[in-house]
Structures are given as C-alpha cells and as structure tokens.
Design a protein around this ligand. Structure first.
Ligand code: NAD
Length: 290
C-alpha cells in the first residue's frame, strides 16, 4: 500500500482563505481582530515563530502587535505587560512565546492571560474547561490535528487513537479533544515510560506521533491502512526538518500520512488565527443575526 499524503499546506491555505473572508466581514462592523505576541529575550527560534505569526495575521487582515522584552525582564514586569494587554480593547488574543528565560515562571504568566483572550489555550483554566468537556479555545497544534483527520476522511467515532507524547502542549489536550462528545475516539496516551510502544501503536486506527524523537515510529508499529499524523519536528544530521515517523517506510503501510514539513506545521499558526478570529467575534462581534 502507498499512503495518501495529507497535505497540511493546502488545507491551511483553504482555512486561511475562510478566515480572511470572515475578518473582512467583521471589518464591516468596525472590528479588526487583534493579536499580541509577547517575546522575552533573543532566542532565534522564538523570533522566527513570532515573526511567522505576525506575518500570518497581517496576511488575513488582522492587527498584530509584538511586545519584545529584554532577556533580563523581571517576572513583575512581564506580568504587567500581560495585564495591560488583558485590558487593551484592540487586542483579542494574547500569546506569550515559550520558552521563557529560566528565571521566569511560564505557568504563572499563562494563568494571568484573560481566558477570553487565551488563543494559545495554555492557561490552566482553558485546559481545564477542555478537560471537563466544555472547551473555550482549543490549543492550536492539536486543533490542527483534528482538522487534518477530518481532511483525511477519518471518522473518529469509536476509532482507536494512540497518541505518542503526553505534553500539555500537544498530547494531553489532543486526547481531551478526541474524547469530547461528538468526536468519541477511544484514546491511548503513550509516553516515555510506556512499555511496548510498538504494540500500543499497532492496535490503533490512528497514530499521532508527538514525542520529538526522530525515527521513533517505524513501519512495524503501524497497522495496515492506519492514519498517521506526525507532529514531531526534529533537525536531522544534515540539518533538514524531519518528524518522529520513518516517513518512507511507514508510507508503504499506512492508509494516509502527514509529511514533515507540510503537515501539522502549517496548521498550527492557522488555528491560532482561527482562535483570534473567534475571540474577536465573542468579545466585539455583532450580535447573532445582526
Ligand atoms: P515535549 O518534550 O514536551 O513532550 C514530548 C513527549 O513525548 C513527552 O510526553 C514524552 O513522555 C514523550 N516521549 C519522549 N520520548 C518518547 C519515547 N521514546 N517513547 C514514547 N514517548 C516519548 O514535546 P512537545 O512540546 O509535546 O512537542 C513534541 C514534538 O512536537 C516536538 O518535536 C515539537 O517540536 C513538535 N511540535 C510541533 C509543532 C508543530 O506545529 N509542528 C507544535 C508543537 C510541537
């Protein structure tokens, strides 16, 4: 079997076209969705990510602002910046780019973000709302995985899904999303202490790899015809970007698979835009039917 490639780039472009139209419709009511990114220090990867988010929001017609703070910013100063953004009416979505320098407490900062503006969905309140089955915002990468599964035509109802990775950024919220009423998957979360990862993956209709380990998911770990979503991003020895899945070999077994790059990656920023649009609608949009 040769797997169908699930094209995240094309899907992201389609979703962004939809967002662009909806942003234009909101603009007719005088509302321009606004996204603020807070970045502390000079981490080059963080700068690239924030730059990408800035360009993506501009491209769909949103307003975006960057608060660039020096590496020696105090916790108090960072919290003040977030508090100011919470009360800034032009700003609908706030994200604090991680990682923060070691002397800063990321959890405390995430907790301060107004849940109505928590478009990265990392505030424990937002995560808790999802965990009790009543989500406010869905965190961007797992939200993108849901759309990729829809794109692949996967009906998650009753499907067995194995997620490799239990982080608060990807694995855990994805498990909560897939077990929501209406998605109804049967989910196994595997992690670094899982025994016989291969067996746990082989019994799944869908394998989502989110461990950050190059080559972790091999062809013998995937059931024939299964759908494989590769969230991992790793630098190979030659400097190229690769996922957690042995793409060439697994493509011979799986029914559908996402590539790296061009799979999950483009969806993550897209879902941030979707959440920012949604936040603007809820905060400032016209009343239903207006
Ligand atoms: P993390 O390091 O916080 O978590 C990794 C998880 O994988 C942990 O729960 C750990 O238990 C598990 N794990 C590690 N080694 C394992 C092994 N050998 N077997 C089974 N489980 C193992 O990472 P994260 O933030 O969740 O990110 C995971 C990967 O996804 C990284 O490569 C990251 O770069 C990538 N990522 C990509 C995007 C995107 O937009 N494409 C977004 C977020 C994360």
């Amino acid at each position: 079997m040769t797997a169908r490639i699930i094209d995240g780039k094309a899907l992201a472009a389609r979703v962004r076209d939809g967002i662009t139209s909806e942003v234009a419709a909101l603009a007719e009511h005088g509302v321009v969705p606004g996204l603020a990114a807070v970045i502390v220090g000079d981490d080059p990867a963080s700068k690239v990510y924030v730059g990408m988010k800035h360009r993506a929001s501009a491209a769909v017609g949103m307003y975006s602002r960057q608060a660039e703070l020096p590496a020696d910013t105090t916790q108090e100063d960072l919290e003040r910046v977030v508090a100011d953004l919470n009360t800034d009416d032009e700003i609908d979505g706030i994200l604090v780019q991680l990682p923060l320098p070691d002397h800063l407490d990321p959890q405390r900062v995430q907790e301060l973000i107004d849940p109505a503006k928590d478009v990265d969905a990392l505030n424990p309140y937002t995560a808790g709302r999802l965990a009790i089955g009543d989500p406010t915002f869905l965190s961007c990468t797992p939200y993108g995985v849901l759309l990729l599964l829809e794109e692949a035509g996967v009906d998650t109802t009753g499907a067995r899904v194995t997620i490799v990775g239990r982080s608060n950024l990807v694995g855990r919220p994805l498990a909560n999303m897939l077990t929501l009423k209406g998605r109804d998957a049967t989910v196994t979360i595997a992690h670094s202490r899982t025994t016989d990862l291969a067996a746990v993956c082989r019994e799944a209709d869908v394998v989502v790899a989110a461990a950050g380990r190059q080559g972790l998911v091999t062809a013998d770990m995937v059931a024939p015809g299964a759908t494989v979503i590769d969230v991992g991003t790793n630098r190979a020895e030659d400097g190229s970007l690769v996922g957690d899945v042995d793409f060439d070999a697994v493509s011979e077994v799986a029914g559908a698979i996402t590539p790296v790059p061009g799979g999950v990656g483009p969806m993550t920023v897209t879902m941030l835009l979707q959440n920012t649009l949604e936040a603007a609608r809820r905060r400032r949009g016209p009343a239903e039917g207006a």
